[in-house]
Design a protein around this ligand. Sequence first.
Ligand SMILES: Cc1cc2nc3c(=O)[nH]c(=O)nc-3n(C[C@H](O)[C@H](O)[C@H](O)COP(=O)(O)OP(=O)(O)OC[C@H]3O[C@@H](n4cnc5c(N)ncnc54)[C@H](O)[C@@H]3O)c2cc1C
Length: 496
Amino acid sequence: MRSGFKRMETFTAGPGRGDVADATIAVLGAGVAGLVAAYELVRRGHRVVVLEADSRVGGRIFTHRFGDGAGPVVELGAMRIPGDHELTLRYIDEMGLSDQLRPFTNVLTDPDNLLRIGSRFVRARDAADALIHETARSCPGAAHRSDALLFVGWMHAMVRALAPREQRDIMRADLAGLLDVVGGLDVTPFLRDGRADLGAAFRRHPELRAACSGRLKGFLDDILRRFSTGMVCLPHGMDQLPNGLARRLPGRVHLRHEVTAIEVRPEGVTVGLATERGPTTVTYPVVLCTLPFSVLRNLPLRGFDADKVETIKRLDYGSATKVGLLCAEAFWNRHRTVGGGSASGGTIRQTYYPAPITDPAGAAALLGSYTIAEDADHLGRLSVEERHRIVVDELTAMHPELRAAGMIQDVVSVAWGERRWSRGCAAVRQGLTGAELEQDAAQAVRAQGGLFFAGEHCSVTPAWIQAGIETALTAVRQIDRFAAVVAEHRGSTAVR
Ligand SMILES: Cc1cc2nc3c(=O)[nH]c(=O)nc-3n(C[C@H](O)[C@H](O)[C@H](O)COP(=O)(O)OP(=O)(O)OC[C@H]3O[C@@H](n4cnc5c(N)ncnc54)[C@H](O)[C@@H]3O)c2cc1C
């Protein structure tokens, strides 16, 4: 395969390197939260093991490398980093990856990205007339200025592209009210070349947000934040972050070690494990659990208080499904599309084009479909063959180039809602007030004896890599304090 991609060494250490019992702290899960915590605990002099069920590290950071590992990559998990996520950028820097960072272009950011309007696909640069007509048709009766129709049309297009079905329905119901609000403002400074700078307009006019109902408000905050912070990515693979961390923990990361039970006892925390050598149990003075609550709630948990069990059971998780294609060439470059994503609609929702970092004539990866919520559940529950067939059919309607013989070389996907070690894409705490959010996250973090908790689900701003790191660092501080108290109590340094 011709490509400009470097072969990346993934972290593959399996069972047998070191003894799982040779530690005073066990970290459950080798996602970014578990790895950052283990890395920092080791730096502080603790004896640590990391126990991971999967045959790779990274969890929801999951780069698929096509071909023999030197081919194009597609991100089946996390793919972008907001420019203000300092903790994520700090560890990227510490792993020596900063010089690889490149801007990440969002959906509809490239003027040649496609936007589905009705049954047609229109390039973002040419979408103005179609959006004006579509918005006018959706709100018959009152006459509206074309700039108001265009602005609301772009808002609607963005929500349709990115939001779950519930918010898309709210947006449709809110259209007329929004048009009235926008009609009373001067939005022309936020319209250029037929496109809209929604982020700048929302910052300048808070009444726009106020005109949206219920959960749509929160979702718009998230969308606009994503479009305002200068996203970056690692085009050679986001998995370099977890792989880099794991390589700095030689002999301590045990893959294919599935946690099957947890019991909190006065003398420590007993962890049941399923390994390739058979089942085993180990008791550690301290355990840090980073397993998603969607997984943890299905394990036998003993010695937990009732409130904690309730918190673990109650937390909602959203879904996401991603489908990646290996194409014989980056055909999208023929249309000058150099990144960003199309609002594909239909079943497939969003399609992302990688920035051209390889020989443009060589094979290239395409994130054919990125869905969330019910759309992800729908694709996720299909058989893999059916899921791939539907995605390829819908993508081909948008990109007829895919019909060429030999153009599609491979298709891969992950349905995070169905995945045994995730059972969801990320924790969802929508609809809570600030105080309720804080309380819910504090409950998620709350330790049980020597058992501590971290992971994106323990953060008030979940669903990001940064959330995993931030909660890992909090847990490290808690464990350090706990270790000092236990050592003082025992008159020794037993916990280290
Ligand atoms: C599709 C998708 C897109 C995303 N996009 C972005 C993005 O663009 N930018 C961003 O910053 N974030 C994004 N995120 C969120 C980000 O990936 C997560 O918030 C973060 O990686 C979570 O890290 P974690 O360590 O808390 O959890 P995880 O990564 O889930 O780590 C938990 C680990 O525990 C392991 N495990 C589970 N059960 C067991 C068991 N029984 N025994 C042993 N091990 C077990 C899992 O295999 C996993 O390795 C995305 C997530 C998804 C799914």
